[in-house]
Design a protein around this ligand. Structure first.
Ligand code: FES
Length: 132
């Protein structure tokens, strides 16, 4: 059996939504200290909907595939749904990741949450006003 699913290979070789959003409403950057990989997410949000999302990932193939899939999963979705996106959902959408590569999908979950936190901060919303 191949180590990586066709979907992982596809999103690694043809990642969706790579790039930068200059006037992003939320930006999040996270890293994994062990492997040194870094992921940055940019969100454009209007009326609580993720209108656009782009990412830059300096990392392994699974991290690139995870960020690509994660952007596809949250694009066009309400903010509160994006906030609930788990690394497991990302890995499942990729038809699975090898166990020792699950942490790569965690980066995608954390990067989106960090970008959403930034959005809340910029929007000046207090905790009890968040659409959680
Ligand atoms: Fe670090 Fe994949 S090896 S994110």
């Amino acid at each position: 059996m191949a180590l990586y699913s066709d979907k992982v290979m596809d999103h690694f070789l043809n990642p969706r939504n790579v790039g930068v959003i200059e006037d992003a409403d939320g930006v999040g950057e996270v890293g994994n200290a062990k492997c040194g990989d870094i992921m940055k997410m940019y969100l454009k949000i209007e009326d609580d909907i993720i209108k656009d999302v782009k990412f830059e990932t300096f990392g392994c193939g699974s991290a690139i595939a995870s960020s690509s899939m994660a952007t596809e999963l949250i694009k066009g979705k309400p903010v509160n749904e994006a906030m609930k996106l788990t690394n497991k959902a990302v890995a499942e959408a990729l038809d699975g990741l090898p166990d020792y590569k699950m942490h790569c999908s965690v980066l995608a979950e954390e990067a989106i949450q960090s970008a959403l936190e930034d959005y809340y901060k910029k929007a000046g919303l207090k905790d009890d006003e968040k659409a959680l």
